[in-house]
Design a protein around this ligand. Sequence first.
Ligand SMILES: [Zn+2]
Length: 205
Amino acid sequence: MTEYDYEALLKKAKCNLPEHVSDGERFQMPEPDLFIEGKTTVFRNFGEYADAFRREPEAILAYLLRELGTAGNLDGKRAVFKSRLVNEQVKSRLKAYFNTFVVCSECGKPDSRLVKDGRVLILECEACGAHRPVKVPRVITEVGPALVIGNTYEVLIQDLGRKGDGIAKIDKYAIFVPGTTKGTVVKIKIDNISGSVAFGHVVTE
Ligand SMILES: [Zn+2]
C-alpha cells in the first residue's frame, strides 16, 4: 500500500463515522426572508446564504435567476427579484443549489470548494477530503414534488378562475383557492393535487 492510498483510506474512514462523532453540527439552512414590494421581491437575508455556502453572491444569484426565470440584482447583502415570488419557490432553488454546488455527499458538510479539472467542475470537501463531480440536473423542478398535500404554503393569488376562485402558482402547479382575491398573499393548506392542478384552502394560524 502506498502512502497516498493510506491517506485516502483514512479520509474515507473519517467520512464514515456516525454524525455525532465528527466535529460540528449538520448544516441548517436559514429560512429565506422575503418581502414583496410592488412587483418585486426583496430577499433580505440573501447574504446569509452566500456566507453559509461560501460561494460568490453573484454566482448564487445568477443560478436563482436562471432557475426562477426572472431578472434581478444584488443590493448590498440583499437580492432583489423583478417578480413576485413566494418562499417555497426560492427555498427549493436554494436547496437545489446547495445539493449541487455546496454539500459534500460523503459527510454532509458544507465546507467545500469548487475546482476545475479540465472541463469538469469538482467539489472538494475540506472537512473529509472527498471529491465529487458537480452534476447540474437539467430540470431542477423535477427534484421531488414541489407541493405536498396537507402542507401549508404562503402564496400570491395571481389570477382568478372562471368560478371566481383565486389561483396561485408554485412551480408547475396552478392552485385553486376559493374565497381569495387577486393580488393578495395568503397562507393555504393543500387539500388535493391532480396532475399540475391543486386545490387548497386558506388557513389562519
Ligand atoms: Zn466531506
